[in-house]
Structure formats: C-alpha cells, structure tokens
Design a binder for this molecule. Structure first.
Ligand code: GLY
Length: 358
C-alpha cells in the first residue's frame, strides 16, 4: 500500500492499495469520530459496493445512512444538493459525523460540497471508484455542482479527511470509463511526469492491462497523486501553479457543455490536449513532437483525438468559462513532455490557442 500525505489547509492522507474497501471502516474511524456515517453514492455504484461499505462502517461503530441518487453529470445540480443537505438535517447529522462519498467524479464533487456546506463543514471520507476520481478529482478539495449556465459554477474548496483509493474497484468499471480516466493520467505525464508519459508510451498496451497488474496500477495512481500533492501543496486555491492541472480543460469544458455532457470529461480533455498542443506547436511555443506523441497516446487508450465542435464554437464557450479573469485567460503551454508553463493571453486571442483552423 502507498500512503501519500497532502499538506493543505487540512492535512490528510491518500491511501492507495488493492482490497482497501475491506478495511475502510477502520481507516475512516482512525480519522473521523462521530456516530453517523452517511454514504453518498449513485445507483450504479451503490449496488456494487454499498453493502460492503455499510458493513465495514457498522463494524466500526457508525450508524449508517445512505443517500443514493441517479448516476450521471445531470444529477450534479443545485436541486439535488439542497435535497442532500435536507436529508442530512432530517437524520440529525452533526458536525462530528462523516459523509463517505462512494463513486466517481460526480459523486465526489457533489458529496464533498454537501460536506463543506452542511453545518459549516463536517467530516469527509472519499472512496473514489473511477480512475478519473482516483487520480484527480478526489484529491485537492475542489467540490461543486453545475448550473444550466456551466459546469461546477457552484462550489468551494473543501479538503477531505482521508481518501481511500482501492484500485481493485476498477475491475467493475466499464472499459470506456477506464479509458476516460486515462486522459487525466496522460495529462499528468505532459505537465510534470516525463517518466510517467514514457511508461505509458513504452510499457502499457491498453488501460485494462495497467489495472490488471497491481504493481503497475499502484505505480500509475501514486505517481499522478504525487504530482497533484506537490501542486496542491503549493497552490491550494488555484491562484497560480494549480492551473497547470487545467491542461486541455478550457477546450474540454466547452466540449462537455456543448454536447450536453454526452462527451465525457476524459474524452473531452483528450481532444482538448491534442488540439491545443497542435495550436502551440504551430505558434512555435512547444516541442514540435508533442502533438503527435499526445495524439498517439490518446488514440492508444481509445480516447477521441478530434474536436467534435469547431474552434469558433469552442472559443465562444471559453469566453464564458469560469477560468477566465476579466479580459484575460490563462492557458497551459506544454514546452516539453513533463514541463508546462502558464501564459496569460487576452480573451480576444483565445481562438488561436484552441486549435489550428481547418
Ligand atoms: N482537476 C483540477 C484541479 O484539481 O485543480
């Protein structure tokens, strides 16, 4: 098992190992007092692991309540948020009690926001079940729900008390979601993990092959989380270097929104990374080999590499993105594999940075 300590406004550990779900009651009890544990999960994941988690929590002295919601990004809305907050109030949950999120990125973002808001903050244990949530969204304290006007527009930074990444849970993840998570793994390679990128290029054949092999699964997940730990340790509140984690994301959020969230986050990030790399290479801002190397990894892991919308359409979405500050927007430029820099550009130039016009 790997243990990574994250230092931020709340210090906590991320545990990475196979079979951790079978021991998670004790792990949660070690960091969270309280009488009630509320499992927040969706109707896909709860039937798979809800009973095991409930039994573990009960064995460790918690009264367990379960809040199950319909799976999918469209559930990450303010109506469901208020419904969950009222559920907590109606069950007498207090500040010392704990929310356990069991699921992917939607569940984590949604449950963590409720944990941060309810009673001005209660305990939070994150048990990510998707690759994307393990390597990215469960660590670093970004929480949120969507508005019709955009993704994650209602949110706060709220760090968990513990994160439990049991990669055996990935065995039930549909292959397309494993691929989807690989986009964030590739992103870590580009922004700060040259060795990780080369490992993906040279050793790994497909997403399933890395997560069948426990040693490789632990290595890949731990490497991504270590990169995130370093970045969040330096810039918890996303004012500076944390924005490196947004490589490909301005375009991705536009794709997700325009597609009505039918293109999943990882696929949108994959197409975004390829497109912006081509644009930067055309401007002479990045190594000429980067776009092809990123594209071939994206294709190897079954992700989309072409933008499903025009650069004009995506430029319009970027102008409305929450990452914009006033008349400028910060973009992430991959100078070399493993080294990216931030560049502030005028909003009116965004189109040049999104992709090369066909
Ligand atoms: N997923 C980007 C971040 O945590 O900042």
């Amino acid at each position: 098992m790997e243990k990574i300590k994250v230092k931020s406004s709340k210090n906590y550990e991320v545990l990475i190992g196979g079979g951790l779900l079978g021991n998670c009651g004790e792990i949660i009890r070690n960091t969270c007092d309280g009488d009630i544990a509320v499992i927040v999960s969706d109707d896909n994941v709860y039937p798979l692991y809800g009973a095991d988690l409930t039994a573990e929590l009960e064995r460790n002295g918690y009264k367990v309540e379960c809040y199950i919601f319909p799976h999918g990004e469209t559930s990450k809305n303010t109506e469901n948020l208020v419904d969950l907050l009222r559920f907590l109030a109606q069950r007498g949950v207090s500040r010392s009690d704990v929310i356990c999120t069991l699921g992917g990125g939607v569940t984590g973002d949604f449950g963590a926001l409720a944990a941060g808001l309810y009673n001005r903050g209660i305990k939070l244990a994150a048990i990510p079940t998707s690759l994307l949530a393990m390597v990215d969204s469960s660590v670093g304290g970004k929480t949120g729900v969507d508005l019709p006007e955009g993704k994650n527009l209602v949110g706060m930074f709220y760090q968990p008390d513990v994160v439990i990444c049991d990669y055996e849970l990935l065995q039930t993840l549909p292959p397309e979601f494993l691929s989807d998570g690989m986009a964030e793994v590739i992103k870590y390679g580009v922004i700060a993990g040259k060795k990780l990128f080369e490992l993906l290029e040279n050793t790994v054949d497909n997403p399933a092959s890395c997560f069948d092999d426990n040693t490789l699964a632990e290595k890949i997940i731990a490497e991504c989380i270590s990169i995130k730990r370093d970045i969040v340790g330096e810039d918890e509140f996303d004012k500076g270097c944390r924005q490196l984690l947004n490589f490909g994301h301005t375009v991705a959020h536009g794709i997700e929104q325009r597609s009505g969230y039918t293109v999943f986050h990882g696929n949108a990030v994959a197409a975004g990374m390829v497109s912006v790399s081509r644009a930067y290479a055309a401007m002479g801002k990045c190594d000429g080999e980067i776009p092809d190397r990123v594209e071939s990894l994206v294709k190897k892991f079954g992700l989309i590499s072409e933008l499903p919308f025009t650069v004009e359409e995506l430029a319009l979405a970027a102008v409305h993105d929450k990452k914009r500050t006033g008349e400028s927007i910060t973009v992430v430029v991959p100078e070399k594999i493993g080294h990216c820099v931030l560049e502030k550009i005028p909003v009116c130039d965004i189109i040049k940075y999104i992709g090369v016009k066909k």
